[in-house]
Design a protein around this ligand. Sequence first.
Ligand code: MG
Length: 382
Amino acid sequence: MQITEITVRTFRYTSYVGRDSEGHGHPAAPNEALTSLLTIGTDTGIEGYAFGGIAPGVLETLVKPVLVGQDPFYREWIWQRLKERQRLNMGSLNDKVLALVDVALWDLAGRAVGQPVYKLLGAYRDKVPAYASTMCGDDLEGGLDSPEAYARFAVQCSERGYPAFKLHTWQPPIPGAPDVKRDIAACAAVREALGPDVPLMLDPYHYYSREEALYLGRELEKLGYAWMEEPMDEHSMSSYVWLAQQLDLPICGPETVEGKMYARAEWIRYEAADIVRGGIGDLGGITPLVKVAHLAESFGMRMEVHGGGAANLHVLCAMGIPGQFYERGLLHPFVDYETPQPWLSEIDDPMDDEGYVHVSQRPGLGWDIQFDYIEENLVSSH
Ligand code: MG
C-alpha cells in the first residue's frame, strides 16, 4: 500500500462557544465557525482521517514530500522524518501538524485491518472513568461566575455520573482574575458540595509566581485535592522542582511545554512532577503519546492524558497503569456536550451513568463521518 494524496477540506458549522481575547472558550450566541478534515489517501482506496487543518504551503513543501509514495504502515519512520524537518521550520511544522498526520495514519491502519486503534496498540480496557473538566471561569450569571456556581455545577456533574471533577478557574481577561484566594474559595466550595471522597483537581492561571503556586498547593492539600496542573510557566522546570519538593499535593505536568517525550523524560529525571502529563496535540500524535505512557510506566509513575477526543481515548484504553482518567470536556452549565457535531453520527466519548467513557469498536478511531454535511458546507479544499 502506498500513500497517494493528502487533502484538507475546510467547512463551516454553527458553534455555541466563543473565544475571549486570551483564547479561552466560553458559552456564546450561535456563531459561524470553521473546522477542517485531513484525509490521507492510498492506492488501495483506503483512507485515514483527522480533524484539523494544515496550511497549503506547509502541506506542499514539508508534509507531502515525506508522505507521498510511502507505505502508510511506516508510521514511526514518517513521524521521525517529520520531527527532523521541524528543525528550521518549527513555526509552521509544529507538533499539531505532526499530530494530525500521525492520527490520520493510525486511523487508516485501523480501517485497513478492520480493528479499532486501541486493539492495534495492545488493548487493556474498553472503558475509562471520566472526570468532568470545566471551562475557565467567567462572569456569566448562573455560569461559572462564583465559587457557589462551581459547587452547583459540580453537584450536577456528580448526578450525571462523573466520579471526579476538575476546575479551570478564572483567567484574564475576566475581571478580577487571576486571584489565588478566589481560586481556593472555588476549590473549597466544590469540596464542601461533593464531600471528602470525590477526587478533585485544579488547573488554574498558568503564570502565577512560585509563592502564589505554593500557597495554592498548601491550601489544596488541606482540601484533599488529587492533583494540581500548570500553576506556573512550564518553561521554568526549576520552579516545578522547587514547588514539588515542598508539597505533598501531586503536581501533574508538563502539559503545554514543547519537547515531546524528551521534555517529559527531563521532568521525570529532575522530579519536577509527580504525575506525568501529555496528550495527542501537545506531543505530536498517538506515536509519541505511547512513548510517554511507557516512559511513565517504566518509572512507576501515573500518567494523566491531556484532553479528550477519540485519539486520546484509544491510547488510554491501551495503557495499563491504574488510576488514569479520561478528561471529558470542556464542560459548562450552558453548553450541550452530549449532542454530536453535524459531521459525525456519534460523539467520541459516550459516557454511561457510572461515569465510564466507552471506546468505539468501529475500525480505526471510530469516526462515522457524514461526508454529505462536509460537502454541503465546504468553504475551501487543497
Ligand atoms: Mg491543563
